[in-house]
Unconditional design. Structure first.
Length: 567
């Protein structure tokens, strides 16, 4: 979430002979595009309307439809090809969390009979690819050799597949789950992208729209709630769609959307009470975007409190990011680092006025987390989150020192700091508190050890941010570090190198999600993989967090404001 730093004419270091204000850097960020919008969701009139909307009838209808979908899922035989389609539809429509036990039972059977089943439908690319993807998504280590039967005698994917659009799309989505060394899936990805690009260029209909969407946002790399919202229209146009499942998914989406709106009301009140907009006007005002980030980590209804807490933590990170990247002098930044290291409210008096507001608010957020953990006798775990906050701010201070001194580190040196400064270790630590069954000292220690899968997510977040933010002179980024380290390297060469690292990081994540896993799959999928997906969503076409008046505004509205039409 690092902001963009403008060019510096020379290193700026505060001294007793220099005016502090002259030593400050400055960037003008646009104000929040949302303002007080979500405060309206708890006015008296709106509350009455919401109570009417979320009526007993709707709740009963939701439960009725849920039972019907469950019965449907259980009625379809596990060895039926239709079982694959129904599981895929349930998951893509965003209601898979209601049927995790049933889905796991079915996929376990499908895994146990994998090679036998693959041999029965040798000519069906769609079924082979869908089965492979569903099992890889669930953490089952199945071989990609099943795709060799779709190659010609030269070892290339057969040309007859080019007319099989459904099969190409399914193979493309399956290839997103490749791990290092899976050459067949590498070839599959290149083959399908070439063919699907041609479809987009020469066909103009709903199918080409689906293809274009898939090329930009593969299922595996798409924020879960956003993917569900976009899939409604695709599934509805499918002649074989199940009306009961579609009705249930739409109703569930709209009911959860109302829950999100109420959560946004709550945290907007908290944010407005801090008055950062006036007290820290240099910082980005992006509360709704912070909440959207938290929603991308876990959207399920049982994680309501965790979502709000994570959104607050992210908002506080965003502000301190701007303090270190934009506004603070090196002397001030060192003072704040010292105060955060010691974590003592009595130290507030040593800070400049604007930092006092931030420091007190920061400690208050962690007191709130501690009190919530105390309800289950685990208040001591807040220590792990505090330590990750300290680690994060240490990296911010190091980056600031580099900028002030004019030093450009090597790419390797930069990434040692850049990975933890991606914020994802802290995000993961805070997210643990929301997943009650996983809250333990061992789980926090695992996160703090920065395991490979978390490093993969950090690399994706850091490098995608750097790619879209490059172009500002003396901004410390992976692109600039690579170009400086490799004399004569062009921007294009640097981008290719960085993008390859992002691709490799996804492979690491994919491999670390294969069973057996070090921690429960629920945490890996709901938190760490989702953080990587958020990077793809927010940084795919630019820094949409900083420049939130562009495409991301419509994306947020689609998920948080616009209900799905129900006939």
């Amino acid at each position: 979430m690092n902001s963009q730093i403008p060019a510096l004419a020379a290193p700026l270091i505060s001294t007793k002979h220099a005016k502090i204000e002259d030593a400050r850097r400055s960037v003008k960020f646009h104000p929040s595009v949302w303002g007080d919008y979500f405060l309206a969701y708890n006015s008296h009139v709106t509350s009455v309307l919401l109570k009417q909307d979320v009526s007993k009838h709707e709740e009963k209808e939701q439960q009725r439809l849920k039972e019907e979908v469950k019965n449907l899922l259980e009625a379809v035989p596990d060895d039926s090809l239709h079982k694959l389609d129904i599981i895929d539809a349930i998951q893509r429509l965003g209601v898979g969390h209601y049927f995790e036990t049933e889905i796991e039972k079915s996929l376990r059977y499908i895994y146990d009979t994998y090679h036998e089943s693959c041999g029965k439908q040798e000519s069906k690319l769609h079924i082979t690819a869908l089965r492979f993807r569903l099992l890889r998504q669930q953490g089952y280590c199945v071989s990609c050799d099943v795709f060799n039967k779709f190659k010609d005698h030269q070892g290339k994917f057969d040309e007859y597949l080019t007319s099989n659009l459904q099969g190409l799309l399914s193979l493309y989505e399956a290839a997103q789950f490749r791990v290092d060394g899976e050459d067949t899936l590498e070839e599959a990805l290149k083959f399908t992208i070439t063919q699907l690009d041609s479809v987009v260029l020469h066909v103009s209909n709903s199918v080409s729209t689906q293809v274009r969407e898939g090329l930009e946002f593969p299922i595996h790399k798409t924020m879960t709630r956003l993917g569900a919202r976009k899939f409604f229209s695709i599934y509805q146009e499918d002649e074989s769609h199940n009306e009961t499942l579609l009705d249930f998914a739409k109703l569930d989406f709209n009911l959860l959307q109302k829950m999100y709106q109420k959560e946004l009301y709550d945290i907007t009140r908290w944010w407005k009470a801090l008055e950062f907009e006036n007290k820290l006007p240099f910082a980005r005002d992006r509360l709704v975007e912070c909440y959207f980030w938290a929603l991308g980590v876990f959207f399920e209804p049982q994680y309501s409190h965790g979502r709000k807490m994570l959104a607050k933590v992210i908002a506080m990170i965003s502000v301190v990011d701007d303090i270190y990247d934009i506004y603070g002098t090196l002397d001030e930044l060192t003072l704040l680092m010292d105060a955060i290291e010691r974590w003592d409210l009595s130290l507030v008096d040593q800070l400049p006025p604007y930092m006092k507001y931030y420091y007190k608010a920061l400690l208050d957020v962690y007191v709130e987390i501690e009190e919530e953990l105390g309800k289950t006798g685990k208040s001591y775990l807040v220590h792990f989150m505090m330590e990750e906050k300290k680690r994060l701010v240490r990296t911010y201070l190091q980056e600031a020192k580099w900028v002030y001194s004019g030093y450009i580190p090597t790419l390797e040196e930069y990434m040692k700091v850049g990975k933890p400064s991606s914020t994802y270790i802290l995000f993961s630590s805070v997210s643990l508190t929301a997943i009650g069954e996983l809250v333990s000292k061992e789980a926090f220690e695992w996160v703090a050890s920065d395991p490979l899968i978390l490093q993969g997510s950090e690399i994706i977040g850091r490098l995608m941010n750097d790619l879209v933010g490059f172009g500002f002179e003396q901004k410390i980024s992976a692109v600039g570090c690579y170009m400086n380290q490799n004399n004569g390297a062009s921007k294009e060469e640097a981008f290719a190198k960085i993008q390859k690292q992002v691709t490799n990081a996804w492979k690491v994540i994919n491999e670390e999600c294969l069973r057996p896993t070090a921690v429960p799959m629920a945490f890996l999928k709901r938190v760490i993989v989702n953080l990587a997906r958020l990077s793809h969503t927010v940084y795919k076409d630019g820094d949409e967090y900083t420049h939130s008046s562009d495409k991301i505004k419509d994306t947020i509205a689609l998920v948080l404001i616009q209900p799905v039409a129900i006939p």
